[in-house]
Design a protein around this ligand. Structure first.
Ligand code: DGL
Length: 272
């Protein structure tokens, strides 16, 4: 089974890893959280491309044979650059505008994402395919990434912050909310509580997991041959190359962070 590298600006991409593990239960994963440079949402595309390049090199050095860009913002800013510069398969995030547009009853869908994602040509292109048939309302999830990175996943303050960005979409008549940032699924219980039972919330991660499976299969990377397995965590990217390795166990997850790995560790334990 191939070694799969996964990265995000922080811990959000664990929501994608969770879905990938459902379809690849014996996979070997190296997850890199760029906590020292989080959030990406308000950074320039060039900055994110530089980070994505550096992280890709690190993941390849550690043996990754396929890379999942488990971050909508980095997908929008950098996946084309990565594909042009590295000879390894990349799978990125896709905002779930299509299933939302096909399923809406009110004809209004709401997209929650970062400012970077909402400006990226990848998203604008997808939106262009559907906006003649449905109204697409957008809102940046202001403060959502910070809530997740602080592990404030519920409570009155979390509810207040989430409501401030979600309510305008609901007021506009949206009956479907697209989670366009991989951090947001960690706030899904709060989002669903505020939205109520009639609102459909869509997370693209299960579809991305299926795409990972498809790409690995096409590249012949699903063979049962097992590499030396490993498990470890380091907060220091210079040490990340030498992350602890332990032989023998399968499946494996190696967690790496360029900053404080506390949340990463806790959320990784939460997703099981
Ligand atoms: N989790 C990321 C995304 O999917 C990035 C959020 C951020 O760093 O602003 O967009």
């Amino acid at each position: 089974m191939a070694v799969i590298g996964i990265f995000d600006s922080g811990s959000g991409g664990l929501s994608v890893l969770k879905e990938i593990r459902k379809v690849l239960p014996s996979g070997h994963f190296i997850y890199y959280a760029d906590n020292a440079h989080c959030p990406y949402g308000d950074k320039s595309p060039e900055y994110i491309q530089d980070r994505a390049r550096a992280i890709t090199r690190l993941l390849l050095d550690k043996g990754a044979e396929a890379i999942v860009v488990a971050c909508n913002t980095a997908t929008g800013a950098a996946i084309a650059t990565l594909r042009a510069e590295f000879d390894v398969p990349f799978v990125g995030m896709e905002p779930a505008v299509k299933p939302a547009a096909l399923g809406t009853r009110t004809g209004v869908i709401g997209v929650l994402a970062t400012a970077g994602t909402l400006k990226a040509s990848k998203y604008l292109k997808t939106k262009g395919l559907y906006q003649d048939n449905v109204r697409i309302e957008e809102h940046v999830g202001e403060g959502f990434v910070q809530l997740v990175e602080r592990l404030e996943l519920d409570g009155p303050e979390t509810e207040r912050v989430v409501r401030a960005s979600l309510q305008p979409l609901l007021d506009a008549g949206a009956d479907t909310i697209v989670l366009g940032c991989t951090h947001y699924p960690f706030l899904r219980p709060v989002i669903e509580r505020i939205a109520g039972p009639d609102i459909r919330v869509i997370d693209p991660a299960p579809a991305v997991a299926k795409q990972v499976l498809k790409v690995l299969s096409e590249r012949g990377l699903l063979s049962p041959a097992t590499p030396s397995s490993f498990a470890g965590l380091t907060g220091d990217p210079s040490k990340a190359r030498d992350g602890d390795r332990q032989g023998g166990k399968s499946p494996t997850l190696e967690l790496l962070s360029s900053g404080d790995p506390t949340t990463l560790r806790r959320l990784a334990a939460m997703i099981g």
